[in-house]
Design a protein around this ligand. Sequence first.
Ligand code: KG4
Ligand code: ZN
Length: 353
Amino acid sequence: MIILGIESSCDETAVGIVQDGRVLLSNVVASSMELHAKYGGVIPEIAARSHIEAIIPTLQQSLQDAGLGWDDIDGIAVTQGAGLGGSLLVGVMAARTLAITKQKPLYPINHVEAHLYVNFITESRIAAIKPRHAQPGFPILGIIVSGGHSQLVLFKNHFDYTLLGQTQDDAIGEAFDKVAKIIGMPYPGGINVSRLAEQGDARKYKLPKAKMTGKYDFSFSGIKTAVLRLGQELVGKDHSLPSFELPGLLNDTQKANIAASFQRTACEIIADKALLAYEEFSPRSIIIGGGVAANGELRKQLAERLPIPIEYPSLKLCGDNGAMVATLGCYKAMLGATPADPYTLESAPNLSM
Ligand code: KG4
Ligand code: ZN
């Protein structure tokens, strides 16, 4: 079963090809990130236009890398949501067109679920991408930490899962990006905050962890505001100081200490709840997906606190990619999911798990 997966939910146009839900054959990612950097965040119209330019070359490159033609492809999987409306539309329309013209079954994919499914890849034909040693065993505790989502999910089996909890406001990646802006780090914020944090004292400032009604719910909006207030206080100003003036007033040591203290606390918020869920549900394995899965501090804390080790996807598979969409598509196809109608499939920007 060879599935081609198309991802276009945000600023990456990506096409991956995966066999039998475990063998990675190709993974091509074209990013428009540089175009957004000067605006300090993703501009939806620019992202959508970039997808239109990139989708055909990315498809061709992915097939070429895998050494395959359309006759070898058994089905097409595409991110249906969640994501930016205009961006999703490009991938979905490309997938619909291909499903019709190449006569392939079409599988709509939930982006967030797909982030977890890269963990089923255990063989790779791409030298730069090391696969996991073994597939995770059910029941699985899934931790999603991306720019748009922060969720804990318990899988009893494929497609049989319970959403334990999720963020009630900002996602953890979004908080990293907003804190980056507050202290004047360039976009993309997450990786830059984590690099700066290496030079800071993670115990310098105490930042708040919100108390939630839902046992497994998260909140990252309060900590982001607390960082802004802390910065204003450190430079001797009150709440009326516009946030864009702050980076020019904070010194490098203060910025590094804020980055490190924020990162420690934000990762603790995830690790606290992951440990609670582990204790309540005793999963056989724990998997993690989404851009923030690349964060070293999060990995360190989870390793120190969780009783079972986590095997991580390759860094290249933590962020948005087509292989994750193809992998989940394989399971849909192999387990007999009904394909979508290629004449009517709509994107779903607010799709949730
Ligand atoms: O999964 P992803 O590529 O896109 C979404 O589905 O949202 O995640 C992107 C998020 C961004 O917020 C980015 O800043 C964050 O992941 N991120 C990181 C790191 N690398 C990416 N956050 C913290 N540390 C990192 N090393
Ligand atoms: Zn994502």
